[in-house]
Design a protein around this ligand. Structure first.
Ligand code: CDV
Length: 312
């Protein structure tokens, strides 16, 4: 049996600060229409797709910070994307900065939304692993202030029934953590969607810079194989405000093999026909969690997983 989902990894080239949301959405519509011509059911856009990657700047003016956030989704700028996707019968994943208000209380999340082919919202994910720092570090050539501008997503990793299978979402730094894939894997996930913005240069560990592309694929390929799931990772790439970011958006099969990949640092679509039933041969054999995982024998650290053990 086969359950086909044709997926488009819709990489975006750089978005500069001067670019309006309307301009970015126009570029996304071009990719969406190309995806329709190529028979896509689902298009995956990057993390914080609608604006430049603003955590690279230290800002103190809340109005300036909030200008990068979406108080509603869809809003006036994103409605054309939702409308065109529904007209074309294509679902999509979109990363954006979410301003959530509850009475007087405002929360700010690095979020993604999953929309089905009929335009209905399947679910939302709020980023859990926020990298970087929360205070200004003037010695850095650019900042990474996700810890300052975003709250940690309180809902964790939830899988959703959509596109004829079980779909999970994550964002950027989440892809480096095995827990992300395993928590979704334990819910039977068959397709994990991940947008990212990854600078080539890592200020705290410049010795990793040459390995950025390798690490990007390493973690997604391992996560796919070890959980018997498809993984789709999509970059906002290229030189954004003088900060080069990696591309290499990829679609990874449950075997861990990359089956489609972008080769530029610009707007580009990589497409693969994904059979969700290919997950079965991994989920029922080497990674049959029910039969082979041995949590009861992993030792006390596994059962106290909520707290880090003291150093040895
Ligand atoms: N947006 C990100 O989460 N970026 C991180 C950077 C800081 C390394 C990443 O893991 O790609």
């Amino acid at each position: 049996m086969a359950r086909w989902v044709t997926v488009g990894a819709a990489q975006l080239g750089p978005v500069q600060r001067r670019h309006s949301r309307a301009e970015v959405v126009e570029r996304m519509l071009v990719l969406l229409r190309r995806a329709a011509e190529m028979g896509c059911d689902l298009v995956v856009f990057p993390e914080l797709a609608l604006t430049t990657f603003f955590p690279r700047w230290f800002m103190t003016d809340q109005a300036e910070i909030d200008s990068f956030f979406e108080p509603e989704m869809p809003g006036p700028a994103t409605a054309p994307l939702f409308d065109e996707a529904a007209r074309l019968g294509i679902g999509f994943y979109l990363g954006y900065a979410e301003l959530a208000t509850d009475g007087d209380r405002a929360s700010r999340y690095n979020s993604s939304i999953l929309v089905e082919r009929d335009g209905s919202v399947v679910g939302k994910y709020r980023k859990v692993h926020l990298p970087g720092h929360d205070e200004h570090e003037p010695r850095r050539r650019f900042q990474h202030l996700e810890k300052r501008y975003f709250d940690v997503g309180p809902e964790g990793f939830r899988a959703f029934r959509a596109f004829g299978g079980i779909v999970g979402m994550a964002l950027c730094n989440d892809r480096r953590w095995p827990e992300t894939y395993r928590l979704l894997g334990l819910q039977g996930v068959e397709l994990v969607l991940i947008g990212y913005n990854t600078p080539v240069h890592n200020p705290p560990a410049p010795e990793h810079d040459l390995l950025g592309n390798f690490h990007n694929h390493l973690v997604m390929q391992a996560g796919a194989y070890q959980n018997g799931t498809w993984v789709v990772g999509v970059a906002k790439a290229g030189d954004e405000e003088g900060v080069p970011m990696i591309g290499q958006s990829a679609i990874v099969a449950p075997s861990g093999e990359i089956v489609a990949q972008c080769s530029t640092l610009d707007d580009e679509l990589a497409v693969a026909r994904c059979d969700l039933d290919r997950c079965t041969s991994y989920k029922t054999t080497v990674f049959d969690f029910g039969r082979h995982r041995r949590i009861e024998h992993y030792g006390p650290i596994a059962t106290q997983a909520a707290a880090l053990p003291p150093p040895l």
